[in-house]
Design a protein around this ligand. Structure first.
Ligand code: ADP
Ligand code: MG
Length: 221
């Protein structure tokens, strides 16, 4: 079972993984109300479909006025979004997520998967956020850092530091990444996840880490 981004971000928040403030909307009216509740003058409107690649396909739009927000929400809700992951017919958009705009300094990649051969939960991280990990693996495999967690002892601090240094994080960011990885590990095991992916995990202009995208697949069993 795949969760929508807004649901996955709700789960992230429960596990202490920082996400932007946001509200899901099923209609124009709800989209407008969400923007009012969030405040500010700029928002991101994000189509909620079970497919990545929304940004390049026009499913993630930055808007700078309520009129623009309404016209993007109107365009998206009830339409189909075709992305390189959606199949040719695309996926119906029933909801949009309205979020505040994050100030992006760097886009990183972080995921948690099961390595069936090794019977271990594995973290994968890359400094090339925003790109498909398959592409990074094919072209610049040296930019992917992995650690496998021993289920007996769990995720160890030296492992989160290893990933943090691999990503070029420094100072308080190393601790923030440790907390994020710890939260993801607990989420993964407690919720029987088969995949958790943050692409991009962002370093903000102020130097903090925040999950701008969220993908969670749960084991059907
Ligand atoms: P997808 O992976 O489906 O294309 P993302 O959620 O990763 O969708 O969004 C695509 C891009 O849009 C991100 O890489 C990021 O640059 C930008 N973006 C997404 N959400 C926000 C946000 N809240 N604030 C600023 N930029 C965002
Ligand atoms: Mg993404």
């Amino acid at each position: 079972m795949n969760l929508h981004e807004y649901q996955a971000k709700g789960v992230f928040a429960q596990y202490g993984v920082p996400v932007p403030e946001g509200q899901v909307a099923n209609s124009l009216h709800e989209a407008e109300r969400a923007a009012q509740t969030l405040g500010g003058t700029r928002w991101v409107v994000k189509a909620q479909v079970h497919a990545g690649g929304r940004g390049k396909a026009g499913g993630v739009k930055l808007v700078s006025s309520v009129d623009e927000l309404k016209s993007e929400a109107d365009r998206l809700i009830g339409s189909n979004l075709v992305t390189h992951q959606s199949g040719a017919e695309g996926q119906p958009i029933n909801q949009v997520l309205i979020e505040g705009v994050s100030d992006i300094a760097r886009e990183l990649y972080l995921s948690v998967v099961v390595d069936r051969g090794r019977k271990r939960i594995v973290f994968m991280a890359s400094s090339e956020g925003g790109m498909d990990i398959e592409e990074v693996a094919a072209e610049t495999p040296e930019k992917i850092h992995t650690v496998a967690v021993d289920p007996v002892v769990g995720l160890q601090p030296y492992q989160t530091r290893q990933i943090a240094f691999g990503l070029g994080l420094e100072g308080a960011q190393v601790k923030e990444l440790g907390a994020i990885m710890g939260g993801l590990y607990r989420l993964f095991t407690e919720r029987d996840a088969s995949l958790v992916e943050i692409n991009p995990l962002v370093v903000t202009g102020e130097g903090h880490l925040i999950a701008l995208d969220a993908k969670v697949n749960l084991d059907e069993n």
